[in-house]
Design a binder for this molecule. Structure first.
Ligand SMILES: NC(=O)c1ccc[n+]([C@@H]2O[C@H](COP(=O)([O-])OP(=O)(O)OC[C@H]3O[C@@H](n4cnc5c(N)ncnc54)[C@H](OP(=O)(O)O)[C@@H]3O)[C@@H](O)[C@H]2O)c1
Length: 315
């Protein structure tokens, strides 16, 4: 695989419509905003873009594709997903069909990293990745939201044809460490699998921007998930802010630095130019063991469980 940057960027919040940026995040990003975020990230070497066919039912991929078309393909690392729940089961090849539609929206011939979005049916969907790898339209594959047994099983299925899982993409943040507790981080390290940590900022709840006086946008999915628990997070976000202030950095950068210190590749949802500048610089921040222990203790003391509605328990 091409050399990965220290932070990957996600575009779930970019599209609109079903499971899109407006419904989930309360966002309505203009084309100009997305273009500014994209070009700034590229200028900082943040060239790994994650999306999914299901995000806004193609709308995130279309928005990303408009920008992808403006850059040489070899400068980009593109990551998108097959979501079993929206597969066209009447087709003889639903995975290939979804991939082709993604390629069309992104305006590319191949995907660097293609994921099975969730473990709805590991036995059924994992083998469908093999012809895509053989065709060269997919360079590497990964699994997302899978528990350890499902990851191992998917890897066994691929190994039998001479392939392997290159990456795992799971929810992992100070508030949600199930993949660490379940041994998935260790398994990935031992098997040369990159662990993509998604929602390290808990959709903004750990960014330091939101609190009970300044809640998340009313009517959005994230407001529903997080606004009621924001008061419980304030001690943790205050500590993140103060650790950041000592380094002229933000609370969000402390969350990113923590995820890197844990051996993961943080996958950050960026909606503003400052977010990509923060992400690029966060890789330079070194947290001490004492700071990591303090952050994890404060996170545990919040008593908040942020497992997403789409996630199954990892243990
Ligand atoms: N595989 C899966 O099932 C799955 C599930 C979830 C996410 N993902 C992937 O992971 C990516 C990231 O997840 P996410 O976007 O849901 O959540 P996230 O990265 O935890 O949070 C993103 C939000 O945090 C805020 N933010 C980002 N950088 C910031 C900074 N430097 N300073 C202050 N605030 C900052 C922004 O909020 P504001 O816009 O309010 O400023 C942004 O919308 C997604 O885009 C997607 O690619 C995958």
């Amino acid at each position: 695989m091409k050399t990965l940057p220290p932070v990957a960027l996600g575009t779930w919040s970019w599209g609109i419509g079903f499971a899109g940026g407006d419904t989930v995040f309360g966002n309505h990003l203009s084309e100009a905003q997305m273009a500014e975020v994209f070009t700034t990230a590229m200028s900082k070497g943040l060239n790994l873009w994650d999306t999914a066919a299901v995000y806004g039912m193609g709308s995130s991929e279309r928005a990303l594709g408009a920008l992808v078309r403006q850059f040489p393909r070899e400068e980009l690392i593109l990551s998108t997903k097959f979501t079993p729940q929206i597969a066209d089961e009447r087709s003889p090849q639903p995975v290939s069909d979804m991939l082709e539609a993604s390629l069309g929206r992104l305006g590319v011939e191949e995907i660097d990293l293609y994921w099975i979005h969730n473990p709805l049916d590991v036995e059924k969907w994992t083998p469908e990745l093999i012809p895509l790898l053989e065709s060269g339209k997919v360079k590497r594959v990964g699994v997302s939201n899978h528990n350890l047994a499902q990851i191992k099983r998917a890897n066994d299925i691929l190994n039998a044809s001479g392939y392997a899982i290159s990456a795992v993409q799971n929810h992992y943040s100070l508030l949600y460490r199930a993949s660490e507790e379940a041994g998935i981080l260790d398994y990935c390290r031992e098997n040369d699998i990159t662990f993509f940590a998604y929602m390290i900022l808990e959709q903004g709840a750990l960014s330091g921007r939101y609190d009970s006086n300044n809640p998340m946008p009313a009517g959005s999915g994230r407001a529903e998930s997080y606004n009621t628990v924001l008061p419980q997070l304030e001690k943790l976000t205050a500590a993140m802010k103060s650790m950041g202030a000592e380094r002229n950095a933000s609370a969000a950068q402390i969350a990113i630095a923590w995820a890197i210190a844990k051996g993961t590749l943080p996958l950050v949802g960026a909606t503003k130019v400052q977010h990509v500048l923060d992400a690029a610089d966060a890789a330079e921040i070194q947290l001490s063991n004492e700071e990591i222990i303090l952050l994890e203790r404060l996170a545990a003391e919040t008593g908040v469980d942020t497992r997403g509605a789409w996630e199954k328990p990892m243990l």
